[in-house]
Design a protein around this ligand. Structure first.
Ligand code: ADP
Ligand code: MG
Length: 237
């Protein structure tokens, strides 16, 4: 379980980007995190993955606190940023082996994972090429494969569907559903409301640093689309 409790984060310039955010994501849930530009999505994601600290509140994964047990917490986590910044001059396969080494994954397991996911995303034949020759979508897929190598309990993705072609986007959705069957928690931000509407059991809407909705979409679906609901909640007064 991912538990975020009263997280408050302001930047040095005084911008208050996360204002007392609390939310819980259960094992096997796909949480879609949506909000307008500048609402505070990436700020919360960076706090969840430990890229920056927060002023107050707590974040824990399976009762491991990111502040008290950062290494054990991070060993269970994988993160795919919105713009994967990979080592451009090394071959894709060397990047994957590097990640596998960091997480101490044995040779047999890593080979199976790389084979499975590289085939799924159809980049198996490019693994011996330097990353700088990859398109944005290929880099995105490579980052996803790297993220799955150590069987993370929590997979956090910032705008994962940007830059993926329709087939890869479909494959990623199917893969995410499959991962949840093993109890993996998926937390991702997105601007693509159709994807969120179809894929997520649980959605969170953030506006100006505050959570304005947290719950299942089926509860609100009755008389509006997610798009209408979203626009209503995030309307500027
Ligand atoms: P989102 O990902 O929802 O578009 P962000 O979390 O990136 O939003 O940004 C939330 C707010 O914090 C915005 O007002 C943004 O300008 C501000 N912000 C983001 N990063 C920084 C930073 N490093 N320094 C100062 N302000 C920042
Ligand atoms: Mg962002």
């Amino acid at each position: 379980m991912l538990k975020i409790n009263n997280v408050y984060k302001s930047y040095k310039n005084g911008v208050m980007a996360n204002d007392n955010i609390s939310l819980t994501v259960n094992d096997g849930e796909i949480y879609g995190f949506i909000g307008p530009n500048g609402a505070g999505k990436s700020t919360l994601i960076k706090a969840i993955v430990g890229l920056h600290d927060f002023d107050s509140g707590s974040i824990s994964l399976d009762d491991l606190s990111i502040k008290n047990n950062p290494l054990a917490y991070k060993a269970k986590l994988a993160y795919i940023p919105d713009n994967p910044d990979l080592y451009e001059n090394i071959k894709a396969i060397n990047y994957l082996n590097f990640i596998a080494d960091v997480f101490k994954i044995d040779l047999k397991t890593r080979k199976e994972k790389i084979e499975k996911y590289a085939s799924l995303f159809e980049i198996k034949n490019s693994l011996n090429m330097p990353i700088k020759s990859f398109s944005h979508g290929m880099k995105q897929k490579l980052a996803i494969i790297g993220a799955l190598i150590h069987n993370p309990k929590l997979l956090v993705m910032d705008e994962p569907f940007v830059g993926l072609d329709p087939k890869s986007s479909y494959d990623l959705k199917e893969l995410l559903k499959e991962l949840t069957k093993e109890g993996t928690i998926i937390f991702f931000s997105s601007h693509v409301l159709e994807v969120v509407e179809k894929l997520c059991d649980h959605i969170g809407i953030i506006n100006k640093g505050k959570i304005v909705y947290d719950g299942s979409f089926s509860e609100v679906k009755k008389d509006s689309s997610l798009e209408e609901f979203f626009l209503e909640l995030t309307e500027n007064e």
